[in-house]
Ligand binder design. Structure first.
Ligand code: G3P
Ligand code: MG
Length: 248
């Protein structure tokens, strides 16, 4: 099993609320505060390029419109993914996963890549993201690969079995142990309101690491860390800083 040496605080979507989500500028904003671990959402363009975007569609977080996975990278790379957030970020592009890997290598950062497939392309996205992650992060801390999609996670396991995987739960489900075993996951990523002390104890007893998302209240983050949660994924990267765990 891969050794676990991830930082305790993960900057959600790169820069939390401080920068346009899932951009290099977001990662830079988090890194400027000293953050070492970043969560991002990855999907495929129509011609098989892997880039960062949360939604299936472009409208909410860019100047583009429509289903992103229906467009070629040549079309997607012209989209402004920063202006919707603030004029300061106008012209910020959608990043390729390869550019994210370069940033991680240059700044010595760790990453949790959430596979966020366009509906209908779960298996292909899971496979392609895992293969690219394995290739691009050679010599670095391996990316922690997660997904809400069981199909995507299974495809990632088959394509790159040695990459660490986290089972991302949208809602709590009682068959988590069987699912985690089947998908050979080292971690479970749970909505923090679903995490009780009893559930944390049960997850730890099975040897699973726990990532809690998305925790924006420092008191709640402190409670979860004291109860045994391994990673706090947060939008409030300013209030829940990289040294948060050491200060409690
Ligand atoms: O990976 C944790 C979290 O990012 C999952 O939810 O919707 O923000 O991708 P979402
Ligand atoms: Mg995510």
């Amino acid at each position: 099993m891969t050794s676990w040496n991830y930082a305790t605080i993960a900057a959600h979507r790169g820069g939390g609320k401080l920068a346009p989500e899932n951009t290099l500028a977001a990662i830079d904003a988090g890194a400027a505060l000293g953050h070492r671990l970043f969560e991002c959402d990855a999907k495929l363009s129509k011609d098989g390029q892997i880039f960062l975007l949360h939604d299936d569609t472009l409208e909410r977080t860019s100047s583009g419109w429509g289903v992103a996975g229906d467009l070629s990278w040549e079309q997607l790379r012209q989209v402004d993914a920063g202006g919707w957030f603030s004029h300061r970020f106008k012209g910020e592009p959608l990043p390729l996963l390869s550019e994210v890997a370069e940033r991680c290598r240059r700044l010595n950062l760790q990453i949790n890549i959430e596979i966020k497939p366009t509906t209908g392309s779960e298996v292909q996205t899971g496979r392609e993201v895992a293969l690219a992650a394995q290739r691009l992060w050679q010599g670095m801390t391996p990316p922690l690969i997660s997904s809400f999609s069981i199909e995507a996670l299974a495809a990632a396991r088959d394509a790159a079995p040695t990459l660490p995987r986290g089972l991302l739960l949208e809602n709590w489900r009682d068959d988590w142990a069987e699912l985690a075993r089947r998908l050979e996951c080292v971690a479970i990523h749970v909505w923090h309101r679903d995490l009780t002390a009893e559930r944390i104890t049960a997850l730890k007893a099975k040897g699973l690491r726990i990532l809690a998302w998305t925790v924006n209240n420092p008191r709640r983050a402190e409670q979860l860390l004291r109860q045994g949660v391994d990673i706090i994924c947060t939008d409030r990267i300013d209030r829940i800083g990289p040294d948060f765990a050491r200060q409690i």
